[in-house]
Design a protein around this ligand. Structure first.
Ligand code: AMP
Length: 400
């Protein structure tokens, strides 16, 4: 799959609209706590500035649900971009209102403008045609560099592409890099290839699991989703997270793994707690002995040892989803042990998913991973074998 390349566009001195993903985590004081997504967009922005483009940046941030809400303003993001680019960044007071239109039309070559949060407009998530057209009217070229949101058919991601021909739109460097990395991973992984899948629910990762089965050699399950599998196998899982409506699906996944010869690993012990809280009473128990009314909130030490053994010979590791409730120190140990082990291995290690990226950063091993994807949902949909709605219009078709 080849994408329209930004390098093929005749951008010199032109006005360019770049859809970025600046949906960054903030702390309780409104400070950006991890600017990876902003830093990841710099290659494309700098490339355009080197071509003396007038650069219009647009992104969503949080879920303001179509209403202006200061809490979700992109002003802190504008400051951070300004700092990283070491040049002035103008901030529009709205998305497509008077201020944005005036600032966009008077924007000069080599200047940068950031529009306000796209999701202050309810039409953005509706992929409204008129709204897409208005966004498109701001610039002569459209670049999508927002991998993290390319699985959404929203105006700034999908609708807008219909207003530019193939000589006026392209994938940015980040989008290109993510798509290339995941295509290679799916189609041509160095074996043995293992997937570590955790997180809260089976439901969110069901299709990805099904799609991964024929491709991987081993699967290691952790997090809350493990208990649906364990329950299906007949274990008493106490009050652990479970999706009863997916028990049958869980059974299918395990049967399919068996048929395909995929080694399917489940926790053999857990950290069980009497409540979902940092100050819970907790103890290590085997999965056979989870007390009634207690819940498993992390994988236990025997599971860590087992998973290390199983992972020792793998050449490629894909990790999506934490092994436990890593946000609470008490239940972060399993995730952090696995993170350290994966980081130390010589395998190609790919981390997908906001939580897992956050986790490896907290553990301090983010630099040791081969690739950290900026998109959790988007990378899962790629793994499910889907073509993302924001990527499809940028694929070079045969007849082109
Ligand atoms: P997801 O968004 O599905 O990747 O899930 C990530 C979330 O799963 C994190 O916020 C974890 O706290 C949560 N999680 C991981 N393990 C468990 C568990 N055993 N029980 C409940 N929640 C969990």
């Amino acid at each position: 799959m080849e994408l329209l390349s930004i390098k093929k566009l005749d951008l010199t001195g032109k006005k360019v609209f770049i859809r970025c993903d600046f949906n960054v985590p903030m702390d309780e004081f409104g400070n950006i706590s991890d600017d990876r997504r902003i830093r990841s967009a710099l290659s494309t922005i700098n490339y355009c500035l080197d071509q003396e483009c007038a650069v219009i940046l647009a992104s969503h941030f949080g879920r303001p649900r179509g209403k202006v809400d200061e809490k979700y303003s992109l002003i802190p993001v504008a400051r951070r971009i300004q700092h990283l680019l070491k040049r002035d960044v103008k901030m529009a007071k709205d998305v497509i209102g008077k201020d944005a239109l005036a600032k966009a039309s008077s924007l000069k070559p080599s200047e940068v403008l950031l529009l306000e949060n796209l999701r202050f407009e309810e039409d953005e998530t509706k992929n409204d045609k008129e709204f897409s057209k208005k966004l498109a009217s701001l610039a002569e070229f459209y670049i999508n560099d927002a991998f993290g949101v390319s699985h959404r058919a929203h105006s700034s991601v999908e609708g807008i592409t219909h207003f530019f021909d193939n000589n006026h739109k392209a994938a940015g460097f980040l989008l290109q890099k993510e798509i290339t990395f995941f295509s290679k991973l799916i189609n041509n992984p160095v074996r043995p290839f293992a997937a570590i899948i955790g997180g809260s629910k089976v439901s969110g990762k069901l299709e990805a699991l099904m799609n991964l089965l024929p491709k991987v050699d081993k699967i290691f399950i952790g997090g809350g989703m493990a208990f649906t599998f364990l329950k299906k196998m007949g274990y008493n899982i106490g009050a652990s997270l479970v999706e009863d409506d997916l028990l049958e699906e869980a059974g299918h996944i395990m049967d399919k793994a068996k048929k395909l010869g995929v080694k399917f690993y489940l926790p053999v012990d857990v950290i069980a707690a009497d409540k979902f809280s940092e100050d819970a009473v907790s103890k290590i128990v085997t999965t056979q002995e989870i007390p009634n009314a207690w819940m498993g909130l992390d994988i236990g030490p025997a599971t860590v040892r087992l998973y290390r053994e199983g992972l020792a010979d793998v050449q490629t590791v894909l990790w999506n989803g934490p092994m436990g409730v890593y946000e609470m120190e008490k239940f972060a140990r399993g995730s952090s042990k696995i993170a350290n082990f994966v980081a130390d291995s010589y395998a190609t290690t790919i981390v997908g998913g906001g939580d897992t990226a956050d986790l490896v950063q907290r553990v301090g091993v983010d630099d040791e991973m081969s690739f950290i994807s900026t998109g959790g949902g988007a990378s899962l949909e790629l793994l499910e074998g889907k073509i993302l709605p924001g990527v499809e219009p940028l694929i070079i078709q045969e007849e082109d």
